[in-house]
Design a protein around this ligand. Structure first.
Ligand SMILES: *Cc1c(COP(=O)(O)O)cnc(C)c1O
Length: 492
């Protein structure tokens, strides 16, 4: 770590009079201020860091070295599918044939780009068993909102206006109730059974003619395949509601089974999880939305269509719910997903899902000797521990027990990204691990070794784990103070 630069703000690298640029002499005989009304002119000189180019380059390069990403190490962040992003996808997306396009170009000048867009729509429809897809939404949560708007449009188109309730399981990702609320729907929670799946008996009394639909995630956020889907879909359909599939966790199902065949009507997919486009740090992402036959007309504008003569067009439909994005969404992400789909191909696609399931079960079966596994049995692509086992210091009746936060912090000392913690909300000490299919057995074995070591440390050297991380540039933060007393500006 470079001590001269490390931990400094760019302001602290500032030295009066240093510059990283050199403008040519102003030969116009007028300055910029001659064109700006006096009332709008700055009265005091703006305080900016003064630094030479080399200082700036080193400052930001050293900061970037403190980042952790899938390109630096194993990133088992549950529910996020942090699989490797092949570099060929980046190369394709950066090709000038794509980057030089303007979104307002007439369709006849961008036939190749529209062809690609349509191929991705069709391929996703095939993979998911749906009739049509839009790629316009920008993220999973945005896809949920779009999908719920499709459901509302459907009911409205039938004059069925009192359907304002949406059923959401207690295990759902937080975005589900949030999207439903933004859509103006009232959330009705349905409980899970002790086995972690939806309680059908608890669902029955919630169904009536005010229910617009039900949101389900499968495999659910515990990594468990919901086994009662046909019965749940029948009950929801009988009461006039539609079934929404949160497909952010589609990875383990790729090429194995399809939401459309299970009775779902509307769904979203996260290209930035399942289809290997980069994510983290807030974007850009892509949350395509698919619908079954009979709901296509509600999908948002603009729509890409293949004409009868084989050319492609962009159209706006009067029946659509409106527009949810500017132009056709995050097109660069769609190119990456296309490159991934083509390089994987239909033959290998089922291996993706199966390998992700194998990897998760491999890690789980070894580590369950050390960590509490509240729901045992075969998981899909991820699983949830409820902290350390009592004999390794995880007994949460003991006030000084080693928490999941302690374990997560200690993992950083060993050079891995921490798993998802304290989600889902069904357990005290949730530690949610999703290895993904792109990790080798060597990596999984070293991760397993690290988690075993931490369990033994928690038993024998508790302070070491409770004070972790010990080796990272920043030690344990006071999260409460950080939230209450956030510093947003530099004060010289
Ligand atoms: C990631 C995720 C989402 C939200 O996706 P974003 O792209 O982050 O908005 C929704 N549901 C589940 C189950 C997820 O894992």
């Amino acid at each position: 770590m470079n001590k001269v630069f490390y931990g400094k703000l760019i302001f602290e690298c500032s030295s009066t009079g240093r510059r990283g640029y050199d403008l040519p002499e102003n030969t116009f005989g007028k300055s910029l201020n001659d064109f700006i009304p006096a009332t709008l002119q700055r009265q005091a000189t703006l305080v900016l860091p003064e630094a030479d180019e080399q200082t700036v380059a080193r400052h930001y390069t050293n900061m970037s070295n403190n980042n952790f990403g899938v390109d630096t190490g194993f990133y088992p962040l549950g529910s996020c599918t942090m699989k490797y992003n092949p570099k060929i996808n980046e190369e394709v997306a950066a090709h000038p044939a794509f980057t030089a396009l303007h979104p307002a170009q007439p369709a006849e000048t961008v036939q190749g780009a529209l062809h690609l867009y349509d191929e991705v729509q069709r391929t996703l429809a095939e993979i998911a068993g749906m009739s049509a897809f839009t790629l316009n939404p920008y993220a999973g949560a945005h896809g949920e909102l779009t999908g719920l708007m499709v459901i509302r449009s459907y009911h409205m188109s039938r004059g069925d206006e009192k359907r304002t309730k949406i059923i959401v399981p207690d295990s759902a990702h937080g975005t589900n109730p949030a999207s439903a609320a933004v859509c103006g729907l009232q959330i009705v929670e349905v409980k899970s059974t002790p086995e972690g799946t939806i309680d059908v008996e608890a669902l029955k009394p919630l169904l009536n003619d005010e229910v617009a639909g039900m949101m389900m995630t499968n495999p659910n956020t515990l990594g468990i395949f919901e086994t009662k889907i046909p019965e749940i879909a029948r009950l929801v359909h009988e009461c006039g509601g539609l079934m929404y599939y949160d497909g952010a966790n589609l990875n383990p199902m790729l090429g194995v089974c399809r939401p459309g065949d299970m009775g779902f009507d509307v769904m979203h997919i996260n290209l930035h999880k399942t289809f290997s486009t980069p994510h983290g740090g807030g974007g850009p992402g892509s949350g395509p939305v698919g619908v079954r036959k009979g709901l296509e007309q509600f999908l948002p504008n603009p729509r890409v269509r293949k004409n009868d003569d084989g050319t492609y067009g962009v159209s706006s439909e009067p029946t659509a719910l409106g527009s949810v994005s500017s132009f056709l969404g995050n097109y660069g992400i769609i190119i990456r997903a296309y490159a991934y789909l083509l390089s994987i191909g239909g033959d290998i696609l089922p291996m993706v899902g199966k390998l992700s399931v194998l990897n998760a079960n491999y890690v789980k079966e070894i580590l369950k000797e050390y960590y509490q596994l509240p729901i045992d049995g075969l998981c899909k692509h991820e699983f949830v521990f409820d902290g350390l086992r009592p004999e390794f210091g995880g007994d949460h009746h003991d006030e000084s027990h080693v928490t999941t936060l302690d374990v997560a912090k200690r993992i950083l000392d060993y050079g891995f990204h921490a798993p998802t913690i304290y989600f889902p909300l069904l357990f005290h000490e949730a530690l949610m691990i999703e290895p993904t299919e792109t990790e080798s057995k060597d990596t999984l074995d070293s991760f397993i070794e690290v988690l075993k070591n931490i369990a033994i440390e928690a038993r024998d050297e508790r302070d070491k784990v409770k004070n972790a991380p010990l080796t990272t540039p920043v030690r344990r933060n006071d999260d409460v103070k950080a939230v209450k007393d956030a510093i947003f500006v530099y004060n010289a």
